[in-house]
Design a protein around this ligand. Structure first.
Ligand code: DOR
Ligand code: ZN
Length: 356
């Protein structure tokens, strides 16, 4: 039996697009299914100023396939030298949608991030005042903290004190991986939300390590134990508007992943929506998929949802997806959920209902 599901065109509230040949190679994978994406600023060097965000946005627009219905939403990379006035001006001008906090050294290209949180107090106060959201990579970098505990410790040591010190600051806990993070979001009902990735709904830490090491399942924050994956599935499919999709699709050329010191990142842009449909169907939550992919994030960012629609169709035979995307910067392996996907995106160019 064929099933259809029509949704408002989704948004991805956490995406890595890179630059140059990699950008050109992978951008069509997101632009095909998504209307907007919040683009991470962790280039080398990072996107720190409004002018840099404008230039990066122009490079993304120039790389879009002809006729694509996709808008990049830009972010600034918070450093201890960030000028509050520049952030506020960029936000007022509609150039940026958020500012991204990376604790220095927490993940890929985070060397310019924050070491001393007191040094960014002025920027955070100005953001709270002006309503500029802060996206956080929520992991401490203290080497004495076990990598599987770094998210939970970040909440206690950094996030909670930071939110108390900056009332009114709107915070998105990005790519949460623990029940601790989901519980923290639920316990605080204003000015706080969380994104959840596609891959953290599928893999737990055993997938990375049991029966051989799987570099394409390695990402940061690293996947945790099964109880946490179940907590994320429950949060994502709950209908609670504080949880929404941010894929953290993070392309690295295969040679950089399949290495003695492999990079962190799962590339899920190509098959994210079929995977999500599978997960939501498994939990009897298909009617709540649209909230997660297309409504909750826009509401938190105070933007209108998209008018255009996409249709997902479930077929009897598994859908086929490329194993890798060839880019000018090398092949990028597409995330393998480990089971056949029967859902596929039917027609992304389907109409703006007001036009019919
Ligand atoms: O797995 C990840 N990859 N996590 C991050 O936080 C950064 C990202 C990247 O840029 O590759
Ligand atoms: Zn990321």
């Amino acid at each position: 039996m064929t099933q259809h599901l029509t949704l408002r065109r989704p948004d991805d509230w956490h995406l890595h697009l890179r630059d140059g040949a990699m950008l050109a190679g992978i951008l069509p994978e997101t632009a095909r299914d998504f209307a907007r994406a919040l683009v991470m600023p962790n280039l080398v060097p990072p996107v720190v100023t409004g002018d840099e965000a404008r230039a990066y946005r122009d490079r993304i627009l120039a790389a879009l396939p002809a006729g694509a219905d996709f808008a990049p939403l830009m972010t600034l990379y918070l450093t201890e030298a960030t000028d509050p006035a520049d952030v506020i001006a960029a936000h007022r001008a509609g150039l940026i949608a958020a500012v991204k906090l990376y604790p220095a050294g927490a993940t890929t290209n985070s060397a310019s991030g924050v070491t001393d949180f007191d040094r960014v107090r002025g920027v955070l106060d100005a953001m709270a005042e002006a309503g500029v959201p802060l996206c956080t990579h929520g992991e401490v970098t203290d080497p004495s903290v076990d990598i599987f505990d770094r998210e939970a410790v970040f909440i206690d040591r950094v996030l909670d004190p930071l939110r108390r010190a900056t009332p009114g600051l709107r915070v998105i806990m990005e790519h949460i991986t623990t029940s601790d993070a989901a519980d923290y979001v639920r316990a605080h009902d204003t000015d706080l939300a969380a994104t959840i990735t596609t891959h953290h709904l599928i893999i737990n830490r055993n997938h990375i390590l049991a029966g051989g090491i799987r570099p394409h399942y390695y990402c940061l924050p690293v996947a945790k134990r099964e109880t946490h994956r179940q907590a994320l599935r429950a949060a994502a499919t709950s209908g609670d508007a504080r949880f929404f999709l941010g894929t953290d699709s993070a392309p690295h050329a295969d040679a950089a992943k399949e290495s003695a010191c492999g990079c962190a990142g799962c590339f899920t842009a190509t098959n994210t929506l079929p995977i999500l449909a599978h997960v939501f169907e498994e939990r009897d939550a298909l009617p709540r998929l649209e909230g997660f992919t297309s409504l909750h994030g826009a509401a938190f960012y105070r933007m209108a949802p998209n008018d255009a629609r996409i249709t997902l169709r479930k077929g009897d035979t598994p859908a086929r997806f490329p194993a890798r995307i060839d880019t000018g910067a090398g092949p990028v392996t597409v995330f393998d959920p480990g089971f056949p996907l029967h859902w596929r995106v039917d027609a992304t160019a389907s109409a703006d209902p007001s036009a019919t």
